[in-house]
Design a protein around this ligand. Structure first.
Ligand SMILES: [Zn+2]
Ligand SMILES: [Zn+2]
Length: 76
């Protein structure tokens, strides 16, 4: 039926849209610092907490670094 086909096309469009959003999320390296919405073209990972940051917040002292979770208790 034509109506069924229309429904499927709509569903497919929805799925493609969410896939696109997912891909955009993956390829968008958003800064994890509080209140910072900067996005970098390349991933900038903190060596200590392994979170992604912008170039301005990449150093542990610039983003209130929590450090590696496994060594958290040792640091305290
Ligand atoms: Zn930032
Ligand atoms: Zn960090």
């Amino acid at each position: 039926m034509v109506s069924d086909l229309h429904l499927d096309m709509g569903k497919l469009h929805c799925i493609l849209n969410s896939l696109m959003l997912l891909l955009l999320e993956i390829y968008t390296n958003k800064c994890s610092a509080d209140g910072c919405k900067t996005k970098e073209m390349i991933p900038v990972l903190c060596e200590s907490c392994r979170q992604n940051y912008c170039l301005r917040h990449r150093h542990p002292s610039d983003h209130d670094c929590k450090g590696p979770t496994s060594a958290k208790e040792q640091a305290l």
